[in-house]
Write a protein that binds this ligand. Structure first.
Ligand code: HEC
Ligand code: HEC
Length: 269
C-alpha cells in the first residue's frame, strides 16, 4: 500500500496519466474519424456526379443521349470510364464541333473541375478505366530505355519513332505527341481514342505505360534535343539515311579524288 501511494506521488505520474489520456483520445479519434471522412467523400462524390450530369445534359447529351446510351451522332459512353472523359474533354476533342474524319485536338472549353465532374458522372454510368494518379504517370522509377523499346514496338508504326506523328488512311492521322501532357498520354493508352488501339493493363502493365510516358517526356524535352547541334528532323531511317548517303558518300568520294589527284601528281614528278 505504502509502495503504491509512493508511486502515485512519483513526479512522472502526471506525465504517464497524460500520455495515457492522449493515447485513448487518439485511439477513439482514429476509430471514428475515417468513417466521418469516408462519408464526406461520398457526399462530395455524389455532388460531383450531380453537377457532372447537369453539364452533360447541356453540352453532351445531344450527341451521346440523355443517359449516355449514345445516338446516331455519338457513341454510347456507358463503361468508357473517367479516363476517356478526362482525355477527350481536356484535350478539347469533346464536345465535338463538327463531324469529320477525326475529332481534332482543340483548346479545352471546360475547366479541370468541370471535367472532373463530367468524368464522375460518366464513371457512375458504368465501370471503366479511372483517371490515373500522378504516381502512375510521373517519370520517377521509370525505365526510359525500356520505354523507348516499347514505344518502337507498339506505337512507332503510327506515331513515328520519336512521336512526331504520321498520316493514316482516309484522312485520319496519328497526331504528334510533342508537348502532350503525361496524364493524357497515359489515358490515351488506357482508352484508345478513335483509330488508336487501347493498351489495357492486361496487355501492357502499369509499369510499362509509365516507362513509355517517361521515354516521350525525354525525347520531347529540350535537354536531349540533338546535343550534337543541327537535328536531322528525327524522321527515322529515311532522313538520317539520306544524310549518311549524301555526306558519308560525299566524304568518301572527296577522299578518293584527293588520293587520285595525289597519285597522279606523284607519277608526273
Ligand atoms: C456533336 C456531337 C458530340 C458532342 C456535342 C459531344 N460528343 Fe463526344 N463523341 C462524339 C463522337 C462522334 C464520338 C466518337 C468519334 C470520335 O471520337 O470522333 C465521341 C466520342 C466521345 C468519347 C470517347 C468514347 C470512347 O469510346 O472512348 C467520349 C469520352 C466523349 N465523346 C465524351 C463527350 C463529352 C463528355 C461531351 C460533352 C462535354 C461530348 N462528348 C460531346 C460526338 C459528340
Ligand atoms: C494504329 C495506329 C496507332 C497506334 C499503334 C498508336 N496510336 Fe496513338 N493515336 C492514334 C490516332 C489515330 C490518334 C488520334 C486519336 C484522336 O485524335 O482521338 C492517337 C492519339 C494518341 C495520343 C493523343 C495525342 C494528342 O494530341 O492528344 C496519344 C498521347 C497517343 N496516341 C499515344 C500513343 C502511344 C503511347 C502508343 C503506343 C503505346 C500509341 N499511341 C499507339 C493512332 C495510333
Amino acid at each position: 500500500m505504502k509502495k503504491l501511494s509512493a508511486r502515485r506521488r512519483h513526479p512522472l505520474a502526471a506525465v504517464v496519466v497524460l500520455l495515457f489520456a492522449l493515447a485513448v483520445t487518439g485511439g477513439l479519434y482514429a476509430a471514428f474519424a475515417p468513417a466521418e471522412s469516408a462519408k464526406a467523400d461520398d457526399t462530395a462524390q455524389s455532388l460531383a456526379i450531380e453537377e457532372g450530369k447537369k453539364l452533360y445534359s447541356v453540352g453532351c447529351a445531344s450527341c451521346h443521349g440523355t443517359g449516355g446510351q449514345g445516338t446516331s451522332d455519338g457513341p454510347s459512353l456507358v463503361g468508357v470510364g473517367a479516363a476517356a472523359v478526362d482525355f477527350q474533354v481536356a484535350t478539347g476533342r469533346m464536345p465535338l464541333q463538327q463531324q469529320g474524319a477525326q475529332a481534332p485536338r482543340k483548346k479545352a472549353i471546360y475547366t479541370q473541375a468541370e471535367i472532373d465532374q463530367l468524368a464522375a458522372y460518366i464513371a457512375s454510368l458504368g465501370a471503366g478505366p479511372s483517371v490515373p494518379t500522378k504516381n502512375q504517370y510521373s517519370p520517377d522509377g521509370a525505365d526510359i530505355a525500356k520505354g523507348g523499346e516499347l514505344f518502337r514496338t507498339n506505337c512507332a508504326q503510327c506515331h513515328n519513332f520519336v512521336g512526331k506523328g504520321g498520316a493514316l488512311s482516309n484522312g485520319k492521322y496519328a497526331p504528334s505527341l510533342e508537348g502532350v501532357n503525361p496524364k493524357h498520354i497515359y489515358e490515351a493508352m488506357q482508352t484508345g481514342p478513335q483509330n488508336m488501339p487501347s493498351f489495357p493493363d492486361t496487355t501492357m502493365s502499369e509499369q510499362n505505360k509509365k516507362d513509355i510516358v517517361a521515354y516521350l517526356d525525354t525525347v520531347n524535352s529540350d535537354k536531349t534535343k540533338s546535343p550534337g547541334g543541327l537535328e536531322l528532323g528525327g524522321l527515322g531511317p529515311v532522313s538520317e539515311g539520306l544524310f549518311a548517303w549524301v555526306f558519308g558518300l560525299g566524304a568518301l568520294i572527296a577522299v578518293a579524288i584527293w588520293v587520285a589527284a595525289h597519285t597522279a601528281k606523284a607519277k608526273k614528278s
